[in-house]
Design a protein around this ligand. Structure first.
Ligand code: AP5
Ligand code: MG
Ligand code: ZN
Length: 214
């Protein structure tokens, strides 16, 4: 089963993708993670993307769409979750074309609904492992040892774009570009909205139920 998981910054897309990988064997395609890896490795893509991520702005479609096309082309018949792509209507239209060319389809689009007032706290409190990308939260999911990853022992740090001023720009980009995708996918289907408030396991249970519904 192939999924699109979308929602505002901090809604829990990465957290739920990790659970879907662990419990259902899917593979995650997170454009944000792909950009961060490229920045870390100082590739051409990383150099193009860095200024946009640091500022909390969307990377231009010409760059992002090419990246997804390449990644999906390498997927074979592995079930995938698109996390953070598409993020605007032109990306959604490009995705349809790419999927048709590759004879692939998305079985369900899930919108993770979290009220705006909760997002700032989720994002400012998030910490991530520099090594393996495991995600923590200073209140709801702290690492067992301070600033050390439970999974790999790597350093747990704040994402550079999780500073309050950058978060505001990201939330604006979401409002302007990504929120309109709700109507786009509602019309296109199969589309489902999932309440993203509650524990990660509660949200995962809702997603699992949504995947069973037609
Ligand atoms: P990206 O990495 O996709 O960031 P985002 O969309 O802002 O989403 P986040 O990763 O911040 O949030 P999330 O929903 O994954 O939440 P998480 O599970 O971590 O994109 C970054 C940048 O890359 C963009 O700004 C842009 O520059 C560029 N980019 C990426 N895709 C692009 C595209 N398609 N086009 C153009 N540019 C693109 O959870 C957040 C926190 O909350 C964590 O601390 C977690 O522990 C906690 N949490 C999660 N679930 C719960 C819960 N149920 N209860 C309590 N806490 C919870
Ligand atoms: Mg994420
Ligand atoms: Zn780690």
């Amino acid at each position: 089963m192939n999924l699109i998981l979308f929602g505002p910054p901090g809604a829990g897309k990465g957290t739920q993708s990790a659970l879907l990988i662990e419990r259902m064997g899917m593979k995650q395609i997170s454009t944000g993670d792909l950009f961060r890896a490229a920045i870390k490795n100082q590739t051409k893509l990383g150099k193009e993307a860095k200024g946009y991520l640091d500022a909390g702005k969307l990377v231009p479609d010409s760059v992002t769409i090419g990246l997804v096309e390449e990644t999906l082309g390498e997927m074979g018949d592995q079930a995938f979750i698109l996390d953070g792509f598409p993020r605007n209507v032109p990306q959604a239209e490009a995705l349809t074309t790419i999927l048709n060319q590759l004879h692939l389809k998305v079985d369900k689009t899930i919108f993770l609904e979290v009220p705006m007032k909760m997002l700032l706290g989720r994002l400012t409190g998030r910490r991530v492992c520099k090594n393996c990308g495991a995600t923590y939260h200073i209140e709801s999911k702290p690492p067992k040892k301070d600033s050390i990853c439970d999974v790999c022992g790597g350093p747990v740090v704040q994402r550079p774009d999780d500073k309050e001023d950058v978060i505001r720009t990201r939330l604006e980009a979401y409002e302007t570009s990504t929120r309109p995708l709700k109507d786009y996918y509602k019309a296109k289907g199969p589309y489902v909205e999932v309440d993203g408030v509650g524990t990660s396991d509660e949200v995962f249970t809702r997603i699992s139920q949504a995947l069973k519904s037609r």
